[in-house]
Design a protein around this ligand. Structure first.
Ligand code: NAD
Ligand code: MG
Length: 402
């Protein structure tokens, strides 16, 4: 796993003036649009191969024209006709369906940004391996649901995985792989979300609108709810466990409401290395797009004197039960993280549809894990088919729990 994370030769070549060929899976989302913002800030540096979206044909068509993509693919077949009509006469190829998304991901490129939300990102991320030199992975659900399978396939395919998630990107920047045995702790920070100071008694009545109001980061709806329950931090712990050669006990979380320090690595010599920056995803995305170089971005520089005070505290596992559920799934291993993720996706969707209450999200996840564990069903998925089956099974049970 770590071999894949070691910065090293083989993925260089960026000194060449040739533009980098780039595909973006989930181009219409928060990460996708931030990526395209960076692309437009460096004219001539990138050529867009494929842009994909879930179902927004109008926005996808606009982006495909503006960025001269070779192909635009929408996952929802019902959106095909609109996409085709909007792109008629442009010369841009058009396709629809989840297999077509995976097909687009597999077109030869230098970089693929994997920014589909949820388990739906796994198959296209796997499909990209081997056809791209670098896969910049924002889709954390891929690593949570099928980390060993995915990272093994990436190593075999010779595709370098770079983490986009701000905490993991921070750690990537300060993790000295050659000194891994002198690392004693890997720390990811958490803003604490909108309910950092909300008393436990008030969490039951929290609404969708309140949960969608994140204090620091502007993101898609699913990860914003995950940030409010702290499930996001749980998923990120598992993500870090997959990416870095550390034990479960060497991973920790610090709540840091200013969201300036994103990740830290502690060395046995007493040094604690951290990456700092304003909370703007264009910094970690830009890092991945430029890697192994560093290139300027339009992100405003961090003014520490204006921030003034940085504070850190331990997370409250009692008020945010999704976090201990994720930690237990990480310790349990095998298929537990996959089931945790699937149940959470179902529960978050139900919360966003006003079908369940905020605190029910953790209840649905816990009940689903308990049921599948009781049936001896928490086996590690060894293939995409096995992961899809386990994810589907967990979804069915979670839906029944609603
Ligand atoms: P988003 O909801 O804004 O965008 C998701 C994208 O995926 C959209 O383009 C959407 O059309 C597409 N999509 C949705 N369902 C799909 C499906 N079934 N098949 C194909 N495409 C589909 O989400 P986001 O906030 O950009 O997050 C994307 C991923 O990046 C998530 O895994 C998230 O956890 C991760 N991430 C996001 C941020 C952030 O700041 N937004 C930070 C760290 C990690
Ligand atoms: Mg993050």
């Amino acid at each position: 796993m770590t071999a894949n994370m070691d910065p090293g030769p083989g993925a260089g070549g960026s000194a060449s003036p040739a533009p980098r060929r780039l595909s973006i899976l989930g181009a219409t989302g928060s990460i996708g649009l931030n990526t395209l913002d960076l692309v437009s800030s460096e004219p001539g540096r990138f050529e867009i191969e494929a842009l994909t979206a879930g179902r927004n044909a109008r926005e996808l068509a606009e982006l495909a024209v503006r960025f001269s993509a070779r192909i635009a693919v929408v996952a929802d077949p019902a959106a095909y006709a609109e996409l085709r009509d909007r792109l008629a006469g442009t010369g841009i190829e058009v396709a629809a369906g989840s297999e077509a998304v995976a097909g687009a991901a597999a077109r030869p490129t230098d970089i693929v940004v994997s920014a589909i939300v949820g388990f739906a990102g796994l198959a296209p991320s796997l499909a990209a391996l081997g056809s791209t030199r670098i896969l910049a992975l924002a889709n954390k659900e891929t690593l949570v649901s099928a980390g060993p399978l995915f990272l093994g396939a990436a190593t075999r395919a010779g595709t370098r995985i770079l983490p986009v998630d701000s905490e993991h990107n921070a750690i990537f920047q300060v993790f000295e792989a050659e000194n891994a045995d002198t690392i004693s702790e890997v720390i990811i920070t958490a803003s604490g979300g909108p309910f950092l100071r909300t008393p436990k008694s008030e969490l039951a009545a929290v609404t969708r609108e309140m949960a969608l109001r994140h204090p620091k980061w502007s993101m898609g709806p699913k990860i914003t709810i995950d940030s409010a329950t702290l499930m996001n931090k749980g998923l990120e712990l598992i993500e870090a466990y997959r990416l870095y050669p550390v034990s479960v006990d060497q991973l920790s979380i610090l709540v840091h409401p200013q969201s300036v320090v994103h990740g830290l690595v502690r060395y046995k010599d007493g040094s604690l290395l951290a990456e700092l920056g304003v909370p703007d995803m264009r910094t970690p995305i830009g890092y991945c797009l430029a890697w192994p170089e560093r290139r300027p971005t339009t992100v405003k520089p961090l003014d520490l004197s204006a921030v003034g005070t940085l504070t850190f505290e331990a997370p409250d596992r009692d008020r945010f039960p999704c976090l201990p559920l994720a930690e237990a799934a990480m310790r349990r291993g095998d298929g537990a993280p996959c089931v945790l993720n699937a149940a959470n996706e179902v529960a978050v969707e139900a919360f966003l549809a006003d079908r369940i209450a905020f605190l029910d999200i953790a209840r649905v996840v816990e009940a689903t894990l308990g049921k599948i564990d009781g049936e001896g069903g928490l086996m590690e998925p060894d293939s995409l088919a096995e992961a899809t089956e386990l994810d589907g099974r967990a979804r069915k049970i979670a839906l029944a729990c609603l």
